[in-house]
Design a protein around this ligand. Structure first.
Ligand SMILES: Cc1ncc(COP(=O)(O)O)c(C=O)c1O
Length: 360
């Protein structure tokens, strides 16, 4: 049987060439005759792996020496706390935009460490829109502005500029970092768990402008102090070496495709074809406003929700995995990260048409 297509929102599909390299090189990391997991992180090979992965990521993002890239534990969820612990004092304010469930979680955690001001929210539209920029109430004294630029559950993506906010910008890009070119210099700190578009769970990428850091709250664990992680090249303790290796292989694969500009072209086409198929049918519907539809996470509902479980069973039997929407929104969701090809998307569209034909 051919390999199923995994539309999971994360942990997500990995590129087949990356899986092949993992399997070929697992027992012998770079000629050392032992696996990457068995090396000391102080070993020259591993130190070089970290240096090269940072350089690769910076080059793909098109950023210079003002930024450092950290490889940290704890998932994007820990960043919900680590960001305010490092950038905020308990009596200071930070501005947060609410664009979906992940923004809400970020606010809930951050509120433990300072005064969090919600500048606007799209809750009223069930997170099917982005809050219009002219409605944002930005407090002048905020230490930073936080945004989740791609809401994985609701399928809304930020495409506008964040220039001229007058404060540092922090972004959760967990589900679309390196999916298309972005004005990275508008951001002062970016974080992303690797297990969606960039590799496997266990490492969180933090891209940070070093001059943003002025010291953290006194109770911050040493492991969570960005400056200390910078000073120790992400090795304050034993780092997640295996996920960093997988990340490095994914980045090499991305380079071999032609980098971010090339993958952007592919991703645009994939998303446009799937949205076009959904919009052309009265059997399927995507609830998100057209100007903020995510290229990576595409939720859709069936006009008759009593067919939902039949759709899931049939898609699974056809080798199309994990199309069930998040439990909080229901319906379906196709996550089409970089590792998903146009052919994979075409297979899904074909399946959807056939399901409609036999069910409508
Ligand atoms: C946008 C976004 N932020 C944060 C998270 C949490 O990530 P983690 O499980 O790595 O903590 C997720 C996970 O799905 C996500 O999609």
């Amino acid at each position: 049987m051919s390999r199923p297509i995994n539309f999971c929102s994360g942990p997500a599909a990995l590129p087949l060439p990356v899986l092949d390299r993992i399997s070929a090189e697992l027992h012998d990391f770079q000629g050392s005759k032992i696996s990457v997991m068995e090396h000391s992180h102080r070993d020259r090979l591993i130190v070089r792996l970290f240096e090269e992965t940072e350089a690769r990521l910076k080059s793909l993002l098109g950023i210079g020496d003002a930024y450092r890239v950290l490889f940290l534990p704890g998932g994007a969820t820990l960043q919900f706390s680590q960001v305010p612990m490092n950038l905020l004092a308990p009596n200071e304010s930070a501005a947060y935009l609410t664009t979906g469930a992940w923004s809400q979680k970020a606010i809930k955690e951050a509120a433990k460490y300072g005064n969090i001001v919600e500048v606007a929210s799209s809750k009223e539209t069930n997170f099917t829109t982005m809050p219009a920029r002219d409605t944002w109430q930005l407090p002048a004294d905020a230490k930073y502005f936080h945004i989740c630029t791609n809401e994985t559950i609701h399928g809304v993506e930020w495409f506008d500029s964040l220039e001229d906010l007058g404060m540092p910008v922090v972004a959760d890009m967990s589900s679309h970092l390196l999916s298309r070119s972005m004005p990275i210099d508008e951001f002062d700190l970016i974080y992303a768990g690797a297990q969606k578009n960039l590799g496997t769970a266990g490492v969180t990428i933090v891209v940070v402008k070093e001059d943003l850091l002025e010291g953290c709250q006194p109770l911050t664990p040493g492991l969570m102090d960005y400056q200390s992680q910078i000073d120790n090249d992400s090795m304050v303790n034993t780092p997640p070496v295996y996920p960093v290796w997988v990340l490095s292989l994914v980045l090499e694969w991305l380079e071999s495709l032609g980098g971010v500009a090339a993958v952007e072209k592919i991703n645009r086409q994939k998303a446009e074809s799937l949205y076009a198929a959904i919009d052309a049918s009265s059997f399927y519907r995507n609830p998100v406003a057209k100007d903020c539809r995510s290229w990576m996470n595409i939720p859709f509902v069936l006009s008759d929700d009593s067919l939902d479980s039949k759709f899931i069973d049939a898609s699974q039997n056809a080798g199309l995995l994990n199309l069930k929407g998040h439990r909080s929104v229901g319906g379906m969701r196709a996550s089409i990260y970089n590792a998903i090809t146009q052919t994979d998307v075409d297979t899904l569209i074909e399946f959807m048409r056939e399901f409609e034909r036999v069910s409508a």
